[in-house]
Design a protein around this ligand. Structure first.
Ligand code: MG
Length: 367
C-alpha cells in the first residue's frame, strides 16, 4: 500500500487558564494535525504540537517543513516506517515536532491495516496507566491550593513547575508539601531555569521534601552541569530538554548525566526514535517517563500506546489535554479519576478528530 496524499489542518487551542513555566507563559496552544492517506482508502492521523522555546518550531515552520516531508512520503510504501524516518531526516533534519506527526500517522495507518491497536502493533500488552497532573508557576499560596485540589481529586503524583529563584522555588515546594501532606508524590521540573549552583542549592534544600525526581534542572546543552547535579543530588535527576533522540540518550548514558529520561514524541520525531531511546535506557538501567506538550487527546493517545507497550516506561505525564478548554477528539484515550488513563481498543491509535472540528480548521493538501 502506497501513500497517496496528505492533508494538514492548523488549529489554535485555547487553554482553561494560562500555563506558566520558566521558559514562558502559554494561553493558546497552536497545533497541526496530519491526515495521511493510503491507496486502499485507509488513513492515519497524527498531531504536531510545536513548542518554540523547547523545539524551536511553530505552526508556521511545521507547515513549511510538512511540504518537504509530504514530497518524501507520497508514493512510498506506508509500512516502511524505518525507511520513512531515515528519508525524512535526510531531506530536512531538525523539525522534530513536524516529523512526529507523520510518524504517528504512519503507525496509525499500519495499525488500522493490521487490525491491531497501536500498543499491540508495537509488540506490547495493554497496561493500566496513570498520569500525574501539572501545576504551572504561580505564588506559593496559589500553587499549594491547586495541589490540594489535585490531591482531593485523587492524583497520586503532582508535577510542579519551578525554575525562577532559589527562595521562591523552595517556598513553593514547602507550601505545596504542607498542603498535600506526606502521601502524594511530588515531581519537580525547572525547565532549565537554574544554573548549576542554584540547582545544587535547591535540591539540597529540598532533599527532605519527598521529591520523586527533578526534571531538567539546568540548560539543555550543558551535559557537564546536568551530570554534576545528578551525581551530587539525593533527588534523582531526569533529563528532558537535554534528550531529543537516541544519540542524545547514548551521550547522557555515557556521561552518567541522569537517572531518568523524559521522552516526548514532539522531541523524538515520533514513536520510531522513542523506541530506540527506550532501548538504550533499558540497557543502561534508566527508567523512562513519556511526557507531552499541550496537545489534544490525539497526540496523547499515541504517547499512551507507547507507554502501555513498554514496561521500562514507568511514568506518564500525559495531562496536556486536560489543560484545553475544548476537546476536538473522538475516541482516543480517556481520563478517569485520579489520573487513570484508559486506552481505546480500536485499530491504530483508535483516535480521530470530530468532523465538525476538522471542518472549521485551515487546511492544506499535498498530493
Ligand atoms: Mg519537563
Amino acid at each position: 500500500m502506497k501513500i497517496t496524499r496528505i492533508e494538514l489542518f492548523r488549529a489554535a487551542l485555547p487553554l482553561k487558564r494560562p500555563f506558566r513555566i520558566s521558559l514562558g507563559t502559554v494561553e493558546t496552544a497552536g497545533t497541526v494535525f496530519v491526515r495521511l492517506h493510503g491507496e486502499d482508502g485507509l488513513y492515519g492521523m497524527g498531531e504536531a504540537n510545536p513548542s518554540l522555546p523547547i523545539c524551536g518550531e511553530t505552526v508556521g515552520t511545521v507547515t513549511a517543513a510538512a511540504e518537504v516531508y509530504a514530497k518524501v512520503l507520497i508514493g512510498r510504501p506506508a509500512h516502511d516506517i524505518d525507511g520513512a524516518t531515515a528519508a525524512m531526516r535526510a531531506a530536512l533534519p531538525g523539525n522534530v515536532t513536524a516529523r512526529s506527526a507523520f510518524d504517528m500517522a504512519l503507525y496509525d495507518l499500519l495499525g488500522k491495516r493490521a487490525g491491531l491497536p497501536l500498543y499491540a502493533l508495537l509488540g506490547g500488552t495493554r497496561r493500566a496507566l496513570v498520569t500525574d497532573n501539572t501545576i504551572g508557576i504561580d505564588t506559593p499560596q496559589a500553587m499549594a491550593q491547586r495541589a490540594a485540589e489535585m490531591r482531593d481529586a485523587g492524583f497520586e503524583a503532582i508535577k510542579v513547575k519551578l525554575g525562577t529563584t532559589y527562595q521562591e522555588d523552595v517556598a513553593r515546594i514547602r507550601a505545596i508539601r504542607d498542603a498535600v501532606g506526606a502521601d502524594t508524590f511530588l515531581r519537580i521540573d525547572a525547565n532549565q531555569g537554574w544554573d548549576r549552583v542554584t540547582a545544587l542549592k535547591v535540591l539540597a534544600d529540598l532533599a527532605d521534601a519527598g521529591i520523586q525526581y527533578c526534571e531538567q534542572p539546568v540548560r539543555a546543552s550543558d551535559t557537564d552541569a546536568l551530570a554534576e547535579v545528578s551525581r551530587s543530588s539525593a533527588i534523582p535527576v531526569m533529563a528532558d530538554e537535554s534528550l531529543f533522540d537516541d544519540v542524545d540518550a547514548l551521550r547522557l548514558v555515557r556521561a552518567g548525566a541522569c537517572r531518568y529520561f523524559n521522552i516526548k514524541l514532539s522531541k523524538s520525531a515520533g514513536i520510531h526514535t522513542a523506541l530506540r531511546i527506550n532501548g538504550i535506557a533499558e540497557a543502561a538501567g534508566i527508567a523512562c517517563m513519556v511526557g507531552c506538550m499541550i496537545e489534544t487527546r490525539l497526540g496523547l493517545t499515541a504517547a499512551a500506546h507507547l507507554v502501555s507497550a513498554r514496561p521500562n516506561i514507568r511514568f506518564a505525564d500525559l495531562d496536556g489535554a486536560d489543560m484545553l478548554r475544548d476537546d476536538p477528539v473522538t475516541g482516543g484515550m480517556t481520563y478517569g479519576a485520579g489520573g487513570a488513563i484508559t486506552l481505546p481498543d480500536g485499530p491504530g491509535l483508535g483516535a480521530d478528530l470530530r468532523d465538525d472540528a476538522l471542518a472549521a480548521l485551515d487546511r492544506t493538501e499535498f498530493a
